[in-house]
Design a protein around this ligand. Structure first.
Ligand code: CTP
Ligand code: MG
Length: 344
């Protein structure tokens, strides 16, 4: 049922690689833009602390994980100094009072508290930069998975470029917005990292499986072990496969599309970046879902849990189309994406 791919000549692979590299240079923010994000954060923190002196704000998500775009949203986590955690009732109350407070900030527009979501947030729009942002409370695991992703991004430049291509692909195909029933950028980043771990030879190790000594250290946050190997300078001594994979990003991108359309059995296996051995959907008792993506720390969290069957098909079709389009030499057939509207 899948079209056979033509011979992948060196010329073809070189063009494909250029397309991927271009994607990165077109969308990656420069240092100045990263600095602006920190300034917005400081400005908001100063403003909030006039009313709530214990408030501390921190950026996470793609502003910090190495996979940010020029226009990526600002993901901000707020905690109150001296307070370990927050219960659901207080969380909603604090989100609502935060929203009232932010409405008084002249640089911020469209302030909207969303208290029904799994993670309650206040959304806003920063008028001067045109950036959207949201503030969540005590989103501690997200701070840790941001550090984990940043470590993977720092291991090899190809990780960064490939994850960008994956995110651009998801946004262009309209399959990258969890609030509209598809998957979050975070989920696609996990899919790309999993592919890079499973590639033979692998491009990246499983950082959660590397440790000094006999036993994996335990660092519990919200009841989950957030340990991973962070000493990247010493990684070559810990991971013998370092430098073995020499494929270009272009080859890896086509490899990824082929992996998820030809090789990986979604019915059988879980996309899981915390261990190298394949984890089965049966082990997790997640057999009712087709796309199963396990969060690296919160092992009860399946990123694909919210997908309808129709959306799952829509996403798989996008991958099949992607494989065909990126696997065909120049002047390829234009992609045919079914309209998203059909699915609502
Ligand atoms: N996150 C999470 N669990 C989810 C969704 C998101 O832990 N189900 C956390 C991750 O730390 C993620 C961050 O929230 O990096 C922000 O999510 P999102 O904005 O969807 O992804 P980004 O990586 O920030 O990508 P984008 O550039 O599209 O904003
Ligand atoms: Mg984000």
């Amino acid at each position: 049922q899948l079209d056979p791919l033509p011979a992948l000549t060196p010329e073809f692979l070189s063009v494909l690689n250029k397309v991927c590299e271009q994607c990165y240079t077109d969308f990656a923010p420069d240092e100045l833009e990263m600095g602006v994000r920190e300034l917005i954060l400081k400005d908001l923190e100063t403003f909030i602390r006039r009313q709530l002196p214990a408030a501390r704000l921190q950026l996470f998500g793609s502003s910090k994980n190495g996979f940010g775009f020029k226009q990526s949203d600002l993901d901000i986590c707020m905690v109150l100094e001296g307070q370990e955690s927050i219960n659901d009732v207080d969380c909603i109350a604090l989100i609502e009072s935060l929203a009232r407070l932010l409405r008084k900030h002249s640089g911020v527009k469209n302030v909207l508290p969303i208290t029904t979501a799994k993670v309650p947030i206040v959304k806003f729009y920063h008028a001067q930069t045109g950036l959207e942002g949201d503030i969540s409370l005590y989103n501690t695991l997200a701070l840790h998975n941001t550090r984990l992703l940043a470590s993977y991004a720092a291991i090899d430049r190809r990780v960064k470029v490939l994850c960008y291509v994956m995110k651009v692909f998801a946004k262009m195909c309209d399959i990258g917005d969890a609030s509209r029933g598809s998957l979050s950028s975070y989920a696609y980043t996990l899919m790309a990292l999993f592919f890079l771990q499973q590639r033979n030879p692998p491009v990246i190790p499983v950082l959660q499986e590397i440790y000094d000594g006999q036993k994996k250290p335990e660092l519990l946050v919200d009841g989950w072990n957030v340990y991973f190997y962070e000493d990247l300078k010493a990684l070559s001594g810990r991971w013998p496969q370092v430098g073995r994979n020499t494929e270009t990003v272009g080859e890896l991108w086509l490899g990824l599309l082929r992996f998820y359309t030809e090789e990986f059995d979604f019915r059988e296996h879980v996309v899981c970046i915390r261990q190298h051995a394949r984890l089965t959907t049966f082990n997790k008792q997640w057999t009712s879902k087709y796309i199963v993506i396990e969060d690296p720390f919160d092992l009860n969290h399946n990123l694909g849990a919210g997908l309808s069957r129709k959306m799952t098909n829509f996403i798989m079709k996008a991958f099949i189309n992607g494989r065909r389009v990126f696997g065909s030499p120049l002047q390829a057939v234009p992609p045919v994406y079914p309209s998203l509207m059909e699915y609502f």
